[in-house]
Design a protein around this ligand. Structure first.
Ligand code: PRX
Length: 662
């Protein structure tokens, strides 16, 4: 397996959609796709207005489509009103969807529960009433720190129903990360669980919430609402904490959805950027929901008979758009899975596809790569041992997929019959932006192919000028689109600087990824982040965030620099170069300190941010002006020979020291 971009650039295998995939597809054949693109190019506003009217139930119809008067703070459909939860639930009542299964939930231990749309509406409504009884109102921010459960989705939907803005924090983040997010969002409540179940283990959530609050500064916080996922008791603070059972008692299962303005913030989701502080990506209600619904139709060509399964956690954007909102807005039946792909064995995904007759399966390259490795080591859990004939479309997301993994997925999971949609997008884009369409786009392993209609994606140089196909550059989107990030919560200046830099004219949305288009067909290939953001197992991590975590261990660390290096399994791996306040350790002592630092990072950010490699040096390679030469560190991390010019380096001898593995 290799992630080598060179192998991607010479890839020339093409897989046109089969007749079966094209037949009955919403967008069938390239001419249909091209016609939509043309329509959008000719009249962008008219195009989106048409889709917004066809796909969303508006309690007050919009009359204006796009407001660019305060660009780049774009507004979409902004005199319209709607409710996101009503668009996912109420709109199905009285239709064939009402009594259809909305969610098939499979718990970590394999227990399966099903819930219909009508039942889900009742539970969301009851939860919404309970939130109101807690004094939570439209516009309030609520943190959701929950396991992958039906209750997690209910909590998000209930917030949306009353117009409260949710901010989901992934259950793997630390107390400190939680504390920072509660404070930044000014949250009034935290919705959590006593424990979460992962791979047969009971892992704490509530005690982490308690620890996070105890760190101080959470002055806006009034209540903590606790789902008892397991029978094990947890600490409850009188007057502040309530179990779900307590708070739901006596609440009615009917709750009128609160209409909100199309621009009302549906949620804030924190993600890593190129500084030490995560950014609160703010999304709208109208434009975002339109995208969630429309991309379910376009990218997954979702049909009333489909069983959709997106394996992402609700803590990430994929779990927002393609678990909590998109499938429900589309009226689909979806599988929600609590556990991990390797428990009780690495055949779990295939077994679940077989058991629930999943038709559309959406996962991350990192999961595919780890399952390839497992299947190659153990015939018994190879996908060919399972009946996967229900599958009709496969998807990937989160990081570039290497052609070898793509081919394996295509052959062994998709039986060479299922189109693979390699969906490129980001927390900031709200949903897919560059992706094949299963009934139209011929696919190429490792390429996310072409932009969705209405997405004016391009590749430019540092000044924002177009770059010809075949040459690499920076990925931008030239015109606004409905589900784009609206701002960074509490930091509009950072929003402008990060995504609409003046150096590029201030009008292009800068994705932060490098990309190249194929000379002949214009297909996009994403070559990876061009900023200080790493992608480890599809999780986005800021190098500066990890550096700040390391240097906050003030008794030990003097200085730290973090870079990424390619990794066969996780895509990228975190590599930290550390200068200690004491002399440079070697041997067992170095290993012991490295473990201590890894645990420290896990405590500061979360276990996902733990550096895989730690190297110690007496110093870091710096220019004479004191700048850390990260390019050199990247080469060292990769184990490459140093070919760069090191003449400006203050201390060349340091390179050898840092190349030494523990
Ligand atoms: O680098 C790109 C990579 O993931 C980044 C966005 O991460 P996040 O906001 O956490 O959202 C992940 C889920 C949408 C992008 O800047 N990325 C995402 N999808 C792909 C990808 N890289 C290559 N191919 C993809 N399909």
């Amino acid at each position: 397996m290799s992630n080598n971009i060179e192998s991607v650039l010479v890839e020339n295998r093409v897989f046109p959609p089969s007749d079966a995939a094209m037949k009955g597809a919403r967008i069938s054949g390239m001419p249909a796709y091209e016609a939509l693109c043309k329509e959008a190019e000719k009249d962008l506003e008219g195009f989106w207005a048409r889709h917004a009217r066809d796909n969303i139930v508006w309690t007050k119809p919009f009359t204006k489509t796009l407001d660019e008067s305060n660009a780049p703070f774009y507004k979409w459909f902004h005199d319209g009103e709607l409710n996101a939860s009503a668009n996912c639930l109420d709109k199905h009542m009285g239709t064939a969807v009402e009594n259809k299964t909305a969610i098939i939930f499979e718990a970590d231990d394999g227990a399966v529960t099903k819930i219909t749309y009508k039942e889900l509406l009742g539970r969301v409504s009851q939860f919404a009433n309970a939130l109101k009884a807690q004094g939570i109102r439209k516009g309030d921010r609520v943190i959701v720190y929950m396991p992958m459960t039906v209750e997690g989705v209910i909590a998000m939907q209930a917030c949306a129903r009353i117009g409260a803005t949710h901010s989901v924090v992934f259950g793997g983040f630390s107390a400190k990360a939680l504390n920072e997010r509660i404070i930044d969002a000014g949250a009034v409540a935290v919705i959590t669980a006593n424990f979460q179940m992962r791979g047969g283990k009971e892992l704490p959530l509530k005690s982490i919430v308690d620890e996070g609050i105890a760190m101080g500064g959470c002055d806006t916080l009034k209540s903590v609402l606790v789902f008892m996922r397991t029978p094990t008791a947890c600490n409850m603070v009188a007057g502040r904490d309530k179990t779900f059972t307590e708070m739901l008692q006596g609440q009615s299962g009917e709750c009128k959805p609160e209409p909100v303005n199309a621009e009302h913030p549906l949620f804030i989701l924190y993600t890593s950027g190129s500084t030490g502080k995560p950014k609160g990506v703010q999304h709208s209600t109208g434009g975002y929901l339109l995208w969630a619904k429309l991309t379910m139709d376009w990218t997954f060509d979702i049909k009333s008979t489909d069983v959709f399964w997106c394996t992402a956690d609700i803590g990430w954007i994929t779990g927002h758009t393609y678990v909590a909102y998109g499938p429900l807005a589309a009226g689909a039946t979806q599988v929600i899975f609590e556990g991990i792909p390797t428990y009780p064995n690495a055949g779990r995904f295939w077994e679940m596809i077989q058991k629930h007759k999943v038709t559309v399966f959406y996962t991350a390259p990192t999961a595919i790569r780890s399952l390839i490795k497992a299947a190659e080591g153990d015939e018994k859990i190879h996908p060919k041992r399972y009946d996967l004939s229900s599958l009709r479309i496969l998807g990937t997301v989160g990081e570039p997929i290497n052609p070898e993994a793509w081919m394996w997925y295509h052959k062994n999971v998709g039986g060479e019959r299922c189109p693979i949609v390699d969906t490129f997008w980001q927390t900031e884009t709200g949903g897919h932006v560059i992706t094949p369409l299963p009934g139209a786009t011929p696919t190429v392993p490792g390429s996310c192919t072409l932009p969705l209609p209405g997405i004016m994606a391009a590749i430019v140089d540092e000044a924002g000028h177009d770059i010809p196909n075949g040459a690499g550059g920076m990925l931008v989107i030239k015109r606004p689109w409905p589900s784009m990030i609206r701002t960074i919560w509490n930091d509009p200046e950072r929003f402008k600087k990060s995504y609409f830099p003046e150096e590029m004219g201030g009008k292009l949305y800068l994705a932060g990824d490098g990309a190249v288009r194929n000379k002949e067909n214009g297909y996009f290939r994403i070559t990876g982040r061009i900023d200080d953001v790493l992608n480890v197992s599809g999780h986005r991590l800021g190098t500066m965030e990890i550096e700040s975590a390391l240097v906050s261990k003030t008794d030990l660390v003097a200085e730290a620099a973090v870079v990424g290096r390619p990794d066969d399994l996780t895509g990228e791996a975190v590599c930290a170069f550390v200068v200690l306040k004491r002399s440079r350790p070697t041997g067992d002592e170095a290993k012991q300190i490295a473990t201590e630092l890894r645990n420290w990072v896990a405590k500061e950010i979360g276990p996902i941010a733990k550096p895989k490699d730690i190297r110690f040096g007496d110093n870091l390679p710096k220019t004479r002006s004191g700048k850390i030469m990260r390019r050199l560190l990247r080469s060292i991390a990769k184990g490459e020979a140093i070919t760069q010019d090191t003449s400006t380096l203050e201390n060349p001898a340091i390179l050898e020291q840092l190349a030494e593995k523990l």
